[in-house]
Design a protein around this ligand. Structure first.
Ligand code: SF4
Length: 541
């Protein structure tokens, strides 16, 4: 009698998936291996690595050359050497052995078997390899317990064509016009986007530059994305603007000058914040700023303090009382304008209102530029040494400026085939994330999930392990990604349950496959700033 198995209506037979495809070329030399970890399909000679330097032919086996990075909450000194996996004993198998599934310790003593809880150990995607094309399950599908709950983490290195870096540069300086091209080694690799409060945003990379232009454009785009993702410095130039050295977590260097301070606010905000502190110490305060220049006596803050008008007339377009737009062109001078002489924004003084001896403080929004003037008999400002108590207010403005930083955010669309490495029904992964059942991390760092369709995630590269990013010559970016959820939820979303392996087995034996798998593991300490991936839900937009 034929035995019937209940199915969901799809064809009931399962084709056998080979761990590696047959070589495309019959003429491929016998000592070469075709790497199938990306569409380039490098043919790699024994002892050599492929085009991306991430996979190599070692003794006739394709190996992911970097160790897979594992996170622990605390790593003791000397606790992080690179340790080889014992390896799987039956190389031809595609599914875990019964011994592995049970988490039994392998004969080698390289893994002590302690810390088997998901709230102590986390397997990251860094160095984990990929199973491209992803109709194969992800390399690591790891079960463990967190707070006595059965959890699973699906771990892989994604190959991202649709991805970019958003760069936030804290600066008061003008970097270039919005929408201007950004060049790296002469090629256009991004553009200037909006200015935000105290910062200028840039967009680098993206599929348009990676794949839509010349080969050189794509190659250099991938190169700068890898550099910035790996927290290294890169020099960019903005058409019609500045030359900048950017590096995650460092101050930007604009036209050779390292930025120090992020503005405390626009000129109007600076007036508002410090009006009381300057009260009685100056008759007029002008905060020079390329966005909004503030004038104390006209400003609401000055009026609330009942400060009499000074009669100053400012160039630029008056917006609301005490707030002026376009007092000068953008630049690298006072307050992000192109002026070196602050008096150039003063058109004159109303002789019926101003008076000889009137004391004027002019400052930028960072306090880096400041000067003290007194009107002479002809109502002409004459620069004088700044009184100590006024200098103290200028110093306070500087003290309130945060250090200028460059922030590099990886933004990637984790859709497409990557999801098939997690589940047979990829849309269920997307839905489970949107229902807050699945936490998404990149190298253990929290990933913000954008609203709307698909899985578009954004991560601060500073929170990720060093050297998390790679490239392949398609060109595309390689980045780690992990999906952590309850085991029961994984089963419900159609996960590859037969490939779920215990944490102890993974730590001992490595990935479920031999072809293109990492051969070594390395411990790193989870940065304190990151929540433990198995303990929190996703950061949903
Ligand atoms: S570029 Fe790297 S991942 Fe792609 S086929 Fe070559 S070695 Fe493999």
């Amino acid at each position: 009698m034929t035995e019937h198995t209940k199915t969901d209506g799809l064809p009931g037979f399962e084709p056998q998936v080979l761990e590696r495809a047959k070589p495309r070329s019959e003429r491929m030399a016998g000592d070469k291996i075709e790497c199938n970890a990306c569409p380039v399909l490098c043919q790699i000679t024994e002892g050599r690595s492929g085009a991306c330097d991430r996979y190599a032919n070692i003794g006739g086996t394709l190996v992911r050359v970097d160790p897979v990075i594992l996170l622990k909450k605390a790593v003791a000194a000397g606790d992080n050497p690179v340790v080889p996996f014992v390896g799987r004993q039956q190389a031809a198998e595609h599914s875990p052995t019964a011994q592995e599934a049970a988490g039994a310790a392998a004969p080698s003593g390289s893994w002590s078997g302690d810390l088997l809880q998901a709230d102590e150990v986390f397997v990251t995607g860094v160095g984990s390899s990929t199973t491209y094309p992803d109709y194969k399950p992800a390399p690591f599908i790891v079960s463990s317990k967190a707070a006595d709950v059965d959890m699973v983490t699906v771990v892989t290195e994604g190959i991202f064509s649709y991805c970019s870096f958003k760069i936030k540069i804290d600066t008061d300086r003008y970097l270039g016009p919005e929408q201007a091209n950004i060049r790296y080694k002469g090629e256009v690799v991004g553009h200037v986007t909006t200015a935000e409060y105290g910062s200028q945003m840039l967009s680098l990379g993206g599929v348009h530059h990676l794949t839509g232009g010349s080969k050189k454009e794509g190659r250099l785009t991938a190169e700068i994305m890898q550099l910035l993702g790996n927290k290294q410095a890169a020099e960019i130039t903005i058409d019609g603007g500045s030359q900048i050295v950017v590096q995650a977590g460092r101050a930007p260097i604009v036209n050779g000058v390292e930025e120090q301070r992020m503005r405390v606010g626009c000129g109007s905000a600076t007036i508002g914040i410090f009006a009381k502190q300057v009260f009685g110490k100056a008759d007029e305060v002008i905060v020079v700023d390329d966005h909004i220049t503030g004038v104390l006596t006209e400003h609401q803050a000055g009026r609330c303090l009942d400060i009499p008008p000074s009669g100053v007339k400012i160039r630029g377009r008056k917006s609301t009382p005490g707030r002026y737009f376009q007092v000068a062109n953008p630049g690298t001078g006072w307050g992000g304008t192109d002026i070196a002489d602050p008096l150039s924004i003063i058109e004159g003084w109303d002789a019926k209102v101003a008076w000889p001896g009137l004391q004027l403080l002019m400052t930028s929004t960072t306090g880096e530029h400041a000067a003290w003037f007194v009107l002479d008999e002809n109502l002409v400002p004459v620069q004088m040494p700044m009184p100590v108590e006024v200098q103290a207010v200028v110093d306070r403005i500087g003290e309130n400026c945060e250090p200028s930083l460059t922030t590099v955010l990886f933004l990637g669309g984790a859709g497409g085939s990557l999801r098939a490495g997690v589940t047979e029904n990829p849309v269920l992964l997307t839905r489970s994330i949107k229902h807050a059942l699945v936490n998404v991390t990149c190298g253990g760092a929290p990933a913000y999930v954008w609203p709307g369709g698909g899985i578009t995630v954004m991560t601060d590269v500073s929170r990720m392990p060093d050297n998390s990013f790679g490239t392949v010559p398609t060109p595309a970016i390689v980045a780690p990604i992990e999906f952590t959820m309850r085991l029961s939820d994984y089963e419900a979303l159609g996960g590859h349950m037969e490939y779920v392996r215990s944490l102890s087995s993974v730590l001992e034996h490595g990935a479920w496959h031999n072809d293109g798998a990492p051969a070594q593991r390395k411990w790193m300490q989870q940065p304190d700033i990151n929540a433990w991936p198995a303990a929190v839900g996703p950061m949903l937009g």
